[in-house]
Design a protein around this ligand. Structure first.
Ligand SMILES: Cc1cc2nc3c(=O)[nH]c(=O)nc-3n(C[C@H](O)[C@H](O)[C@H](O)COP(=O)(O)OP(=O)(O)OC[C@H]3O[C@@H](n4cnc5c(N)ncnc54)[C@H](O)[C@@H]3O)c2cc1C
Length: 373
């Protein structure tokens, strides 16, 4: 059987793209070396969050949130979806000003949000430490359980005719891929969607790994109600180098809490690092002191695929014929997966994209235009 699009990787991005491309009537094959959603997708927090560092990020996250509400909102139990909203915490006056600026940007984009003074903040989240200034509540943000959503998307793609092949893609051949076991698969197009290791197949990609740690606790239903994120997170999340931790706490529908997160550039060893873990937990407990009394069940790490301008690469490789990209989603790939897939599908079908596509096109990187021409 001929393959229209061969997708490398069955993380949330590959799975969402398979689903969207199969819905276009294309013959899709997904090649995955391990289990569906076992990479960064399993390591992620599953926070579906509107981010507004730049207009392109806002457009992509807001559009994807709409798609998530349609998909997971219709079947919340299956996706372990909860519309808990995000509460951005302001520790001081400077961060309150940042919260107000964020509110103006989000409201201008039609996104519901409200400023909270300190009294309102503690009414929403009584476990927060005393002395905070307030915050911004973004009520339509949500959470899912990412590996489950990836599996559901891939299952729907399979019902639409997608084939799933277990194997490791060793190289792109120009007319398909070569697998590590020696098999060759021919395809009209190859979509590289294997996240932080996409540079192994395409060394010219402007992508670096960014390691993150997460801890999950036992069940404490009702202790926390929103995804809590410090506004200081924005500074550390976008630092260009060095190790950083930021307070990020999520109430799972099970009553468990996910505690995050850390960011380390260019670390590919996935071992849990006690020093960074201790720093991350101490920082989290400085926001919610009760965390020190909770029972942690497990901790793990994952590798984000950080592009050099913070936006994903979605579209044709500008100098490798028939190679397409859906990678570089950094710390937002769960959120932006559904929109990424729609933008890819529109481009492959030759249709106008639902939001302006230019900021995400791989051709924006000169190094991709110059090589392999
Ligand atoms: C600690 C942490 C917290 C995060 N929290 C959030 C969050 O709250 N919200 C959010 O939106 N995002 C979050 N993210 C980011 C999000 O998890 C990623 O952006 C997203 O999972 C990327 O998905 P992917 O499909 O591109 O990559 P992956 O999930 O890594 O999938 C790539 C797949 O490709 C397979 N593969 C690799 N190489 C090959 C090969 N050669 N041949 C065949 N298969 C191959 C892998 O086995 C893997 O299954 C977080 C990430 C981390 C690490």
């Amino acid at each position: 059987m001929s393959i229209d699009v061969l997708i490398v990787g069955a993380g949330i991005i590959g799975a969402a793209c398979a689903d969207a491309l199969a819905a276009e009537g294309l013959a899709v094959t997904v090649v995955e070396r391990e289990a569906t959603g076992s990479g960064a997708t399993a390591a992620g927090m599953g926070h579906l969050v509107v981010m507004d560092d730049n207009p392109a990020e806002l457009a992509l996250t807001a559009y994807s949130l709409e798609l998530w509400r349609q998909l997971a909102g219709a079947d919340p139990v299956a996706h372990e979806y909860s519309g808990c909203g995000t509460l951005w915490i302001a520790a001081d006056d400077e961060e309150m000003a940042a919260a107000r600026a964020k509110q103006i940007t989000l409201q201008a984009h039609g996104i519901a949000c409200e400023m909270l003074d300190a009294t309102a903040l503690y009414a929403h989240e009584p476990q927060l430490r005393p002395g905070l200034s307030g915050g911004l509540r973004v009520s339509d943000d949500a959470i899912v359980y990412p590996p489950k959503s990836a599996a559901l998307l891939l299952a729907r793609a399979q019902r639409r005719g997608t084939q799933v092949c277990n194997g490791k893609v060793q190289a792109l051949t120009g007319h398909g891929v070569l697998l590590a076991d020696g098999r060759e698969l021919r395809a009209d197009k190859v979509l590289v969607a294997n996240g932080s290791v996409s540079v192994q197949l395409l060394p010219e990609l402007p992508i670096r790994p960014k390691k993150g740690h997460i801890v999950i606790t036992d069940r404490y239903p009702g202790l926390i109600r929103h995804q809590l994120v410090e506004l200081g997170y924005i500074k550390s999340a976008h630092a260009a180098s060095g190790d950083s931790v930021a307070f990020n706490l999520q109430p799972r529908p099970t009553g468990q809490l996910l505690i995050g997160s850390s960011r380390q550039f260019d670390v590919t060893d996935k071992a849990v690092e006690p020093a960074i873990l201790a720093r991350m937990l101490a920082h989290a407990a400085s926001f919610v002191p009760a965390l020190t009394d909770l029972h942690a069940l497990r901790c793990w790490t994952g590798l984000r695929a950080a592009s050099s301008d913070g936006l994903p690469l979605l579209g044709p490789h500008p100098s490798r014929p028939d190679v397409w990209l859906a990678t570089g989603h950094e710390g937002l790939g769960i959120t932006t997966s559904l929109a990424s897939a729609k933008l890819l599908a529109a481009q492959m079908a030759g249709r106008p994209a639902p939001i302006p596509i230019t900021p995400y096109l791989p051709a924006r990187f000169r190094q991709l235009r110059l090589q392999h021409g």
